[in-house]
Design a protein around this ligand. Structure first.
Ligand SMILES: [Zn+2]
Length: 566
């Protein structure tokens, strides 16, 4: 790799490098070197964007970063798009002239071809329009709040009441959150129907029968079909829903309730929430010890990041949420989060640690696009790391807790995986219907009815009696449905991969971690099926695969419950 010397905020210094690539001799013999040169330029631009993003999220009041962001978005990004288009077409044209990509770039070419196949100039303004509609949705959602004891609370703040041991507090806050959404119901219906029309237009312009076919290309879903998703939904209905129902029943029993209402799911029936650490130095040190138990070399990667590539504590003027990003020129990943002292924070750092290890293992692939990997597999890296870390949560094993509390956190994690999958199926199946089967003149009432039907099919064990409106408008409360259509089943598929890594580790920890690491190291050079195989699993979502994993989860939950009582 040799990164070009440019001023990444001044396109005049970048254009000569693009021009050089556009006129350079490109033959099957020179293609690899040419691609590397392009990748190195792309790395510089990506790192620039991520450094600006890092500054902005670390300090939302950083005015210099704000200016750089505007320059990047207005001057660099549009030019980058044009350049990418031209360079990609040049490479794809070479394929027509007998160029066969090597094994490490075949997947990349397949992704380029899919992007090119749906590109239509007339879709560019529609895509911008959709971004604006998405922005309007963000505004509606971000503007929602409730009034609690005279003070205004955001929805994330309001949801904290759902963890209260006081049932009346939970119910009142739940109803207030529902009412806040309901007040914007008309607006949300209108926005979604507008988005639907625009998305159908995108697909039509690209010559495709429906938006799902369009999205399949855009998301580079080469290794599974819509029919596979239906298989997965069916497997969840038969193999996961019964266990989820059991978990809800246990929750109701522990709380001493006859039926579990929607405001009873977030409260911990074992008592007050875990408080694993006082300051982030403890969080960082504890996770390092856990990573060290999982694998010494992975822990060594984390140690490298402790030198300025972790920003963990919550503080004023810091953006919300958590993420891991790679800096391909510096060659290091970076983790950002907002730790306040909860078990969720531990879970977040273990999760983001998995993403960081993915980058560190895969950066040996010289092409930037081949570092990390397909979305579905990125989450195997992170969710897999959460599960590989789970046995070490007790302080005797490196972690934070007593044996009983560690078992409680581990069991909660497993229960969360089980109850997530049916909800994921509702979100996914709903969108298959909307974009393929719904009538041309579908109405908001039709959407509500479909959501309700799917809710009844997958969400057994929750009592919604008397809450019909709240139930049928559930799709209003899922951001992905509005702003990231079809992007959700990734989490379900990845969880199946992560569970298989975990299953292997229960039998042979060292081999499971070795397989996990070699799959991570492949980056984006292989398709999903091959990556799952390399990780020691298989890429399948039939009843048998899902059923076996659920049986294992249930068995382990039983063992953990015994430990919680110690
Ligand atoms: Zn993640």
């Amino acid at each position: 790799m040799s990164f070009p010397q440019v001023d990444p905020l001044d396109w005049r210094t970048i254009q000569p490098h693009v021009d050089a690539l556009l006129v350079a001799e490109l033959t099957p013999a020179t293609a690899d070197a040419w691609l590397q040169q392009w990748s190195d330029l792309a790395s510089v631009l990506y790192e620039t964007q991520m450094r600006i993003n890092r500054k902005l999220t670390e300090n939302t009041a950083d005015e210099e970063a704000d200016q750089q962001f505007i320059t990047f978005v207005e001057q660099i990004m549009p030019q980058t798009r044009i350049a990418t288009e031209a360079l990609r077409d040049r490479l794809l044209a070479l394929q027509a002239h007998g160029y066969t990509p090597g094994p490490d770039s075949a997947e990349l070419l397949r992704r380029f071809r899919a992007e090119a196949s749906i590109y239509r100039a007339e879709n560019v303004p529609i895509l911008s329009e959709l971004l604006k509609l998405g922005n309007q949705f963000d505004k509606v959602e971000g503007g929602l709040n409730i009034v609690w004891n005279g003070a205004t609370e955001t929805i994330p703040q309001a949801r904290l009441h759902w963890q209260s041991q006081d049932r009346a507090e939970r119910e009142t806050s739940w109803r207030l959150v529902m009412a806040a959404h309901a007040a914007q119901g008309e607006k949300l219906n209108e926005l979604y129907l507008q988005m639907l029309a625009q998305r159908r237009q995108l697909a039509g312009n690209a010559g495709l029968s429906d938006y799902r076919a369009y999205k399949w290309q855009e998301l580079a879903r080469f290794d599974y079909t819509p029919a596979d998703c239906v298989t997965f939904h069916d497997a969840i209905e038969h193999e996961v829903v019964p266990l989820a129902r059991k978990i809800y029943t246990e929750q109701a029993n522990k709380l001493g309730l006859g039926a579990l209402r929607p405001w009873d799911t977030d409260v911990d029936p074992n008592g007050e929430p875990l408080r694993p650490f006082k300051d982030v130095a403890d969080l960082e040190a504890g996770c390092y010890r856990i990573f060290n138990r999982v694998d010494r070399e992975l822990a060594a990667y984390f140690a490298l990041m402790r030198d300025g590539f972790l920003d963990l504590p919550s503080r004023a003027n810091k953006a919300g949420g958590g993420y891991c990003e790679a800096f391909p020129v510096t060659g290091k990943p970076y983790i950002f989060m907002n730790a306040v002292g909860t078990h969720d924070d531990v879970q977040t750092l273990l999760h983001e640690g998995g993403h960081a290890f993915h980058y560190m293992e895969s950066r040996r692939n010289p092409l930037w696009w081949n570092q990390n990997g397909p979305m579905e597999f990125c989450e195997v890296a992170s969710m897999g790391m959460e599960l590989l870390s789970a046995p070490y949560l007790a302080s005797d094993h490196g972690g934070f807790y007593s044996e009983a509390d560690a078992a409680r956190a581990y069991a909660d994690h497993l229960r969360g995986i089980v109850t997530f999958l049916p909800y994921m199926a509702v979100v996914d199946a709903f969108q298959h219907w909307v974009y393929v089967d719904a009538p041309e003149d579908v109405t908001a009432a039709d959407l509500d009815a479909k959501w309700c039907e799917l809710w009844d099919r997958f969400m057994a064990g929750l009592d919604y009696a008397g809450l019909q409106t709240e139930k049928e408008t559930g799709w209003h409360r899922k951001q992905h449905i509005f702003t990231d259509p079809f992007y959700y089943i990734e989490y379900g598929l990845a969880q199946l991969g992560a569970l298989q890594v975990w299953r292997n580790a229960l039998k042979d920890q060292q081999k499971a971690v070795a397989d996990y690491r070699s799959a991570l190291a492949l980056g984006g050079t292989r398709g999903l099926a091959q990556l799952f195989t390399a990780a020691g699993g298989h890429f399948a979502f039939d009843r048998r695969t899902v059923g076996e994993l659920m049986a294992l989860v249930e068995e382990q939950l039983g063992l953990l419950t015994d430990k919680t009582h110690d």
